[in-house]
Design a protein around this ligand. Structure first.
Ligand code: NA7
Length: 547
């Protein structure tokens, strides 16, 4: 049987795949989205754990391009929870009838570029398909990290990674272990503290978590947003983090001790981890003294909140505040993360004092000889982030070169976070060295760049058409730019940080993001376009005309 043919295959049906399909279909291309999940949603399809929410404020955790939805599609609170994000993405898929070009329960098994017919040859869900373009929207965080703990298979209770959480699983009354206190762990712990019988949190590094400040959307909030959508999105796309707040342009060193305290307090009261790190002062993430000021403030909040001094001691971080900033939501009783540890049924094990030695039939044995009995173990242990999603799939560029081989040699590089030399007509959304920002606006910028490049290539007549391919030189220069932008960041100093691949044994410790912010990234992309797609081999009509 002849292979099915498409103009573009898009892998992933989350924010990225949905918008990419919408854009490429509007160009008149015959597209197919494939996803191993059973429906749309991407990250939000899989992450069903209790407390799952976006820690970007809800009004900027959506698509900016559908103004009608911004005004007419309502959301309840200042932070969207997993069911609401999933419902929103389903709504967009329905509204634009996207599902007719989507195929679910269909994993990408193999993709290979052939120079002879200038097409991608793909095996997915057992079928063979080909396309001119291959675009991946695999998400930054989808390959789970399950630590290799001795005895893990002997546990007789239930055991779930948060990203593989069974729908409607009930934790009520259970004796629960939560391993990992990152973004996810903080959310789970906050949500289930009041429901479980007993909970022990196994913490390797204490966290600088800031409350989200979540609350219901009021008619005044709604009115404000509806009156200001243009300026809201203008600000987002011209900011660093794209979180909807104005980043501070003031140095910590230019403020008096009283002003610093007030500024930190205001940010803490208003809520949001990114706001606390980036809207207080402009040097928290780059200047150690400023960073220590922020650390000290958060430690004092922990001391103030947590009544048991022993628990407070374990919960207080002393390392640099330079991981992805965390923020915790409100449980249904209004309690936040650190307040959970005032509950009698919630305890904490400091793994630096007693590490996990093994998992046994009845629970977790720590190195001090104690067996902590549990009937549920929750692994909130994160992901093999960024390139982990790519290297598990066999995507081969020119001459059978796999992405894994390419990155084994080069490290997880790219040109603009979207393109790779030797991988013609291939684009990544949220690939390595993309901007470290709120995801939906960043996805929009990349999808629009990719769509415009494809539009230019499609204008060339078939006989003279050339594939779109980044040059090695451009990739090298762009990587050097990323390194330069990150060189002053304190993020390098944080241990086991997934942003540098340091949370997974054996992974290369190097930069995986563009730290210049969304505005600078947009400028870079615009420069590339204005200079005739500089850094790509010639592929547009004007290239053909001048050849
Ligand atoms: P993270 O942020 O990578 O956090 C994973 C947590 O799991 C973190 O606290 C780790 O400890 C802990 N961990 C990992 N392996 C182990 C082992 N072997 N033993 C004990 N503890 C362990 O993942 P999340 O899912 O929380 O968040 C990922 C992103 O998803 C987040 O940034 C958002 O963008 C959404 P550590 O602190 O490194 O010592």
């Amino acid at each position: 049987m002849a292979d099915e043919t498409f103009d573009a295959i898009i892998v992933g049906a989350g924010f990225a795949g949905i918008y990419q399909l919408y854009k490429l279909r509007n160009l008149g291309l015959k597209c197919l989205v494939i996803d191993q999940a059973g429906d749309v949603g991407g990250t939000w399809y899989w992450n069903l754990y209790p407390g799952a929410m976006s820690d970007t404020e809800s009004y900027v955790y959506r698509f900016s391009w559908d103004r009608d939805d911004l005004v007419n599609y309502r959301w309840k609170e200042h932070y969207v929870k997993q069911p609401e994000v999933l419902a929103y993405l389903n709504h967009v898929a329905d509204k634009y009838e996207l599902r007719k070009d989507m195929r679910f329960n269909t994993a990408l098994e193999f993709a290979n570029w052939s120079d002879s017919d200038e097409r991608w040859h793909v095996t997915a869900g057992g079928s063979k398909i080909t396309s001119r373009y291959l675009v991946t929207g695999l998400g930054l965080l989808s390959k789970t990290n399950l630590p290799d703990i001795p005895g893990i298979d002997s546990f007789q209770g239930d055991m779930y990674h948060t990203a593989k959480w069974p729908k409607d699983y009930d934790v009520t009354g259970k004796n629960v272990a939560v391993i990992g206190c990152g973004s996810t762990g903080v959310q789970v712990i906050t949500e289930i503290g009041q429901k479980v019988g007993q909970m022990t949190c196994y913490q390797r590094h204490p966290q600088y978590s800031v409350p989200s400040g979540d609350r219901e959307v009021t008619p005044e909030d709604r009115q404000y947003w509806d009156d200001n959508w243009d300026s809201i999105w203008h600000q987002v796309f011209n900011s660093i983090t794209a979180f909807g707040f104005k980043e501070s342009d003031r140095s910590y060193h230019d403020a008096t001790p009283e002003e610093r305290e007030q500024i930190f307090q205001n940010a803490w009261d208003q809520g949001n981890g990114f706001r606390f790190m980036f809207a207080t002062f402009n040097d928290i993430a780059t200047d150690l003294e400023a960073n220590e000021g922020a650390q000290d403030f958060i430690r004092r909040q922990i001391d103030r909140i947590v009544k048991d001094p022993e628990k407070a001691k374990k919960l207080k971080p002393y390392d640099v505040y330079a991981r992805r900033p965390l923020c915790d939501g409100n449980a249904s009783n209004g309690q936040k993360y650190f307040e959970q540890f005032n509950r009698e049924n919630v305890d904490i094990v400091d793994l630096k004092e007693a590490s996990i030695e093994q998992i046994e039939a009845k629970g977790i044995r720590t190195s001090d000889g104690v067996l902590h009995e549990h009937d549920l173990i929750i692994f909130a242990t994160g992901f093999d982030a960024v390139e982990g999603n790519y290297t598990r799939i066999a995507i081969e560029g020119r001459d059978g070169l796999s992405m894994k081989e390419y990155w084994d040699e080069m490290g997880p590089t790219s040109y603009l976070g979207t393109s790779l030399p030797e991988f013609p007509n291939f684009f990544m959304i949220s690939g390595p060295k993309g901007p470290f920002t709120n995801n939906p606006p960043m996805i929009e910028v990349q999808v629009e760049f990719i769509s415009q490049a494809i539009e230019q290539a499609e204008k060339v007549d078939k006989a003279s058409r050339k594939p779109i391919e980044a040059t090695k030189e451009a990739e090298r220069e762009y990587s050097a730019l990323c390194d330069q932008l990150a060189s002053t960041s304190l993020f390098w100093k944080a241990e086991d940080n997934w942003i540098f691949g340091a949370n997974i044994p054996g992974k290369k410790r190097c930069l995986r993001f563009f730290f210049g912010g969304l505005q600078a990234y947009r400028q870079k992309v615009q420069e590339v376009q204005e200079n005739g797609y500089a850094g790509f081999k010639p592929f547009t009509q004007s290239h053909v005309a001048s050849a």
